[in-house]
Design a protein around this ligand. Structure first.
Ligand SMILES: Cc1cc2nc3c(=O)[nH]c(=O)nc-3n(C[C@H](O)[C@H](O)[C@H](O)COP(=O)(O)OP(=O)(O)OC[C@H]3O[C@@H](n4cnc5c(N)ncnc54)[C@H](O)[C@@H]3O)c2cc1C
Length: 498
């Protein structure tokens, strides 16, 4: 039997309430969801189909402006989330959620249920806020933080630009953008090849200070505003990408030419800061992936309830019913894993290097969650399309959109390989798996825990070649094990609170 009703499946907040014990959605979030139901979904559908942003590079007198143009409805949709408080609420003393980043994660969940791509601008704005608030000096913070935290329509947006033409996984080798010191500032020159939220007023950018090592240790993180101090453009946009999905987000190629920048933190800690930024986005991606999977299932359920096959509604056919039950359990387990990564991020996000054990545990769970939830989103979206049969392949049904969107969630913020290999590294170097098993000890029986731990230890003892080659089977088993354990724990606490 389904533990969650189809009505709950159709509402992001009701689903969260039924799967996360003790969660009560605040009024502002309920209003945000109502807005999506009444207005937002239609704007989003239209944007995906025919309203993607476009780039106007020159004004009428031939001056370079690099302005990204959107339909007015698109702005309304985008600004709704900022005004609701997806970003500003994280910086407010908040009685409902004393742990800062939680409001952003909740808002990203609701957004992603209706438009997974639109969660990107909020995510990268959050990922810009985090390093600025941790590493920016007072002057930088006074200058820029209030703009990112505005409650009004003219709020500034953030962006996180690391990837260059030679690739995004091996940043140590592929980042060719050079940073040259110029007094208190730096001047950056290079090209960013996948730059989402192009046109953002403020970006955090990976670059290599002149003369720094040609590897990952030589990278540093910089803050780059859209305009120079003299009011001229500080970066230009070569073109916008034509993508299969996340079509409401302008992803462009950015040209930095002696662009004014400020160093965040110490240059020698740069790679840690870059990874901190990526880890915030990975957690947001996990939350968004679960929301997408929920949405794909909800749409499949609506279809299967009304489609008649062999004399009864499709949903009542035993094989289909079994698939729904099974997938719903997977969805709830993945949801618990994603929200565990949010909880750990909340505890760890203010840490700076050298990190505590709590941070290493967070990193492992963030890799597991990014990997597992993105796989779930893609598999669920594919299955949801199949549930619709041939109709699922048609553009008038949303099933095909969820599949397109899911493929991007699996790739950006590092594809599966990156999550697996980085997860392996934090287990090998920081023994994060032992911390994970300690944290699960109250929920999982001792012998299953011991067996899983032995498997991980045996794997880590392999040669480097074998360890990497066989890593996916282990990582996937560990992710499923962790997600199931968290679900069991949630079910136990829900039962005891009844
Ligand atoms: C729509 C979209 C928006 C994006 N927005 C941004 C953005 O705003 N900012 C930004 O910085 N980046 C952005 N990216 C880039 C994204 O982060 C990269 O695509 C991603 O990190 C992978 O890098 P790559 O595409 O260069 O693949 P590559 O690094 O060339 O890797 C190719 C493949 O090899 C795999 N691989 C790499 N190393 C190994 C290994 N050791 N073992 C096994 N497999 C391996 C990768 O996982 C991948 O599957 C965006 C991408 C997309 C699609």
């Amino acid at each position: 039997m389904l533990a969650v009703s189809f009505e709950e499946l159709r509402s992001p907040l009701r689903f969260l309430q039924s799967t996360l014990s003790g969660f009560r959605p605040p009024d502002w979030l309920q209003q945000y969801q109502c807005w999506w139901e009444k207005e937002g979904q239609d704007i989003s559908d239209l944007t995906d189909r025919s309203g993607t942003p476009w780039l106007r590079m020159f004004d009428l007198s031939g001056g370079r402006v690099d302005e990204i143009l959107y339909s007015p409805d698109y702005w309304r949709m985008l600004k709704q989330g900022y005004q609701t408080g997806l970003i500003w609420r994280v910086a407010e003393e908040n009685r409902e959620f004393p742990c800062g980043l939680f409001p952003a994660a909740l808002g990203i969940y609701v957004t992603s249920f209706y438009d997974p791509g639109l969660a990107c601008p909020y995510t990268v704005s959050l990922s810009t806020f985090v390093p600025l608030s941790k590493y920016g000096d007072r002057e930088l913070q006074e200058r820029f933080l209030p703009r990112l935290l505005q409650k009004e329509k003219d709020v500034w947006q953030g962006a996180t630009w690391m990837t260059e033409i030679k690739g995004g996984s091996d940043l140590g080798a592929t980042v060719e953008t050079i940073a040259r010191p110029a007094g208190k500032q730096w001047l950056l020159t290079g090209d960013k090849y996948f730059a989402s939220n192009a046109g953002a007023e403020l970006a955090v950018v990976a670059a290599r200070p002149e003369g720094a090592a040609p590897n990952v240790r030589g990278l540093a993180l910089f803050l780059v505003p859209r305009f120079r101090q003299n009011g001229q453009l500080n970066y230009t946009i070569r073109r916008l990408k034509d993508k299969i999905a996340t079509r409401s987000v302008p992803t462009g190629e950015i040209e930095l030419r002696e662009s004014e920048a400020w160093l965040l933190g110490r240059a020698e800690d740069g790679i840690y800061l870059i990874l901190e930024v990526l880890n915030v986005s990975r957690v947001a991606n996990s939350v968004g992936s679960v929301a997408l999977a929920q949405r794909a299932m909800a749409d499949a359920a609506s279809f299967a309830q009304q489609r008649m096959v062999f004399g009864k509604p499709l949903i009542e056919q035993p094989l289909m019913r079994h698939q729904f039950d099974d997938r719903l359990r997977q969805l709830r387990a993945a949801s618990n894993l994603a929200w565990r990564s949010v909880e750990l991020l909340n505890q760890a996000w203010q840490e700076k290097p050298p990190y505590s054990e709590r941070f290493h545990l967070f990193r492992l769970v963030a890799h597991l969650a990014k990997y597992w939830t993105a796989e779930l989103a893609a598999q669920t979206a594919k299955w949801a399309m199949e549930v619709h049969g041939g109709l699922g392949t048609l553009q008038e049904y949303r099933a095909e959109r969820w599949l397109r969107e899911a493929m991007i969630l699996a790739i950006w913020e590092g594809p599966a390989h990156r999550q697996i290999l980085d997860g392996l590294e934090v287990m090998e170097r920081k023994h994060a798996h032992r911390l994970l098993f300690q944290s699960l000890a109250a929920t999982v029986d001792a012998s299953s825990l011991r067996q899983m731990e032995e498997k991980v230890e045996q794997h880590l003892a392999l040669s480097r070649e074998d360890k990497e080659a066989g890593a996916e089977a282990l990582f996937s088993e560990l992710a499923a094990f962790t997600a199931d354990a968290l679900l069991q724990s949630e079910e136990t606490s829900a039962r005891s609170s009844r």
